[in-house]
Design a protein around this ligand. Structure first.
Ligand code: ADP
Ligand code: MG
Length: 410
């Protein structure tokens, strides 16, 4: 795999380099504006971790005299421009972080003339339906347009770790058109994940988040490798249902109950023992903490309870390696944040931040989990590594080939 260092060594002065970054940051709810009003710039970035993580590679290239065109996506526009998903707030935040304004350009309208060291951000590439098309020819068409922006001696740097599991025009296809290199962020992420494939033991994985169906494949792949798998979040209810408990109005994927029951036979899965339930999905709902065998009908489980946090913390305290993906509850709402906070704190304690000689090697993977760490005020350096990629890190750990990495190896 050619790397950013190789490209810098070749020399980038006066060359145009296309960089794929992952700038898919969480935003607060779309503003309540009439559909014809311009909504761009009105949305607030709730966590800028991915923007900050993208800075070093871009700065290194621009510092070395390259003209840098950054391509990224935001959210899931339906293949058409959507002002609420403009990258304008991201450009503004990047500008504030690096102390220089960043221009936003549109592929269809062309990129302005760039001088050495200039950085321009292309508007949300998913406004173009070809980006995510299943049709390889359509994707190739967009990839050619992107490659053409870089001129005769252009280069492509793949630095959006959070998207390397996607076979998309700006991730995969464009890397076949012009010389392609792995960026610093991608390399750093892969190095950490590689360490997790031969982990120090005991190895504990903590999984949460909303959909169990998203995570069954990784659970299957990880079970033979882990010593314990702690399950919280919305996904725990399908497992609890598999054990025969009623889950009230909690998230449930009934068609996955049998699979969960089979996975439980491993004996390695640890489920919550108590749940914070609410009569409504809102911050001012009535709440109660109940044992898992007493979830009332009609109430929703929105967090794991303190007893579960204690049990999970005990397992974590004895772990040498920890991988955590997915919040333990609806941490975005204060009454349901304590489970995530408690488990995250237990991982920080196991990591031994500040102590002489860290103990556990801990990795947080997942956009929402990483955002939760920062939103709940936990120390970022309390973990060995906070990954920018959720799906990508899970697929890597599943042992799948990631198209955006495989194409760099060709
Ligand atoms: P990540 O991005 O870290 O991979 P996911 O996207 O899988 O995590 O899941 C994150 C979401 O899961 C959060 O928005 C959180 O509110 C939600 N969630 C967690 N626990 C529950 C629950 N008990 N019920 C409903 N949603 C939940
Ligand atoms: Mg997520």
């Amino acid at each position: 795999m050619r790397t950013l260092d190789d490209l810098i060594a070749e020399g980038v002065e006066g060359r145009t380099v296309l960089v794929r970054s992952d700038l898919n940051v969480p935003l607060d709810a779309p503003p309540d504006v009439p559909p014809d009003a311009k909504a761009d710039g009105h949305r607030r970035i709730t966590d800028d971790g991915r923007i900050r993580a993208s800075v070093p590679t871009i700065s290194e290239l621009s510092g070395a005299g390259a003209q840098v065109i950054v391509v990224a996506h935001l959210g899931r526009p339906k293949g058409a421009p959507d002002p609420a998903l403009s990258l304008a707030p991201v450009a503004a935040r990047r500008g504030a972080l690096v102390g220089a304004p960043v221009r936003l350009a549109e592929l269809a309208k062309g990129v302005p003339d760039l001088a050495a060291g200039d950085v321009v951000l292309l508007e949300n590439i998913r406004f173009d339906p070809r980006e995510t098309s299943k049709n390889a020819d359509e994707r190739a068409g967009l990839a050619r347009e992107l490659a053409a922006l870089t001129g005769p001696d252009g280069a492509f740097v793949s630095d959006g770790f959070g998207v390397v599991h996607r076979k998309q025009a700006s991730v995969y296809d464009v890397a076949r058109d012009i010389p392609a290199y792995a960026g610093g962020l991608v390399l750093a992420e892969v190095e950490v994940l590689r360490r997790l494939t031969g982990p120090g033991r005991p190895y504990t994985v903590v999984l949460g988040g909303s959909k169990v169906s998203d995570k069954l494949a990784v659970i299957e792949a990880l079970l033979p490798k882990v010593d314990a798998l702690l399950v919280g979040g919305g996904m725990c209810f399908t497992f609890l249902a598999a054990q025969g408990y009623g889950v009230g109005g909690s998230l449930l994927e009934a068609d996955r109950i049998d699979t969960c029951r089979t996975l439980l036979e491993s004996g390695k899965i640890v489920l919550p023992t108590d749940i914070v339930v609410a009569d409504d999905f809102s911050a001012d709902a009535r709440t109660r903490t109940v044992p898992v065998d007493a979830i009332p009908d009609g109430w929703k489980g929105l967090d794991i309870g303190p007893g579960s946090v204690g049990a999970f913390a005990e397992v974590l305290a004895g772990s040498a390696t920890v991988f955590w993906n997915g919040p333990m509850g609806v941490f975005e709402l204060a009454p349901f944040a304590e489970g995530t906070r408690g488990v995250a704190q237990a991982i920080v304690d196991a990591t031994g931040a500040g102590a002489p000689g860290r103990r556990a090697f801990s990795v947080v993977g997942g956009g929402d989990s990483a955002a939760a760490v920062r939103a709940l005020g936990l120390p970022e350096d309390g973990f060995s590594h906070i990954s920018t990629g959720g799906g990508a890190s899970l697929e890597y750990l599943e042992g799948k080939s990631l198209p955006g990495l495989a194409v760099l190896e060709q």
